[in-house]
Design a protein around this ligand. Sequence first.
Ligand code: MF3
Ligand code: CO
Length: 278
Amino acid sequence: MVNIKSQRELDLMRQSGRLVAKVLMNLTKLAVPGTKLSELDQAAEELTLSFGAKPSFKGYIGYRHSLCASVNEQVVHGIPTERILKEGDIIGLDFGLSFQGFHGDSAVTVAVGKVSAEAKEIMQVTKQSLYAGIDAARAGNTIKDIALAIESVVKPHRFGIVKEFVGHGIGQKLHEDPQVPNYAAGASNLKLKPGMTIAIEPMVNRGTHKVRVLADRWTAVTEDGQLSAHYEHSIAITDGEPEILTAWENLQDDTEGQALINQLNERGKYGQRGPNPA
Ligand code: MF3
Ligand code: CO
């Protein structure tokens, strides 16, 4: 069953989405050479709790962390271990929280220092495919239109679109109906209606679309070991333009988040800090 959110519910979704954006924006500043993945997880959790929110992933079907951190050939569900980030890595940061009973979920892939042209390309194409998918998320269109839009960006590059994991409805639960696949053959003709809230999350591999799961039973990696990228936003279908609930654009005045990051830095818990390259 696909929920239609009321204005009140949408307002709460906006609040949780904004907090997700704050956490992710601040985590990207910490994703520099020398930072441990576990430190990113800890920062995500501290920020979340400081907002009076709850991490959505912790405890979800047995997952033990607040953040998924997927490095290089890791596609999604990477575990934030004691691994240390190094120059040239790319890292997918996937994070969700609930605030006053409503979830937000978003992911971004970040360059750690200077990265290869191949890395930049897979990140750029995947991000572009997310925004194409979002642009297609309009009342009257279907779930398949979102997938078609994502495919239309990825296909010319002959990159692999991951099929095993899909986007999803989101609201009082992290995962609600409908499923939102990133490839048209897997997508339904369900019509989008104002008040639906969904998470769109393309995962794109430079090589084969095929993935396998490591012995830790969580981390999905590309079967051929090539790079993968992942971007995700929670959005609302409206009467007009799609509304990106987890957008960063309204965060310029994020003084609280910055203050917390400064505190974390001062405590010296994290790796060496430099400016985060664009
Ligand atoms: N972020 C994932 C999603 O979008 C969920 C992570 S799975 C979890 O569906 F178990 F880690 F929560
Ligand atoms: Co998601």
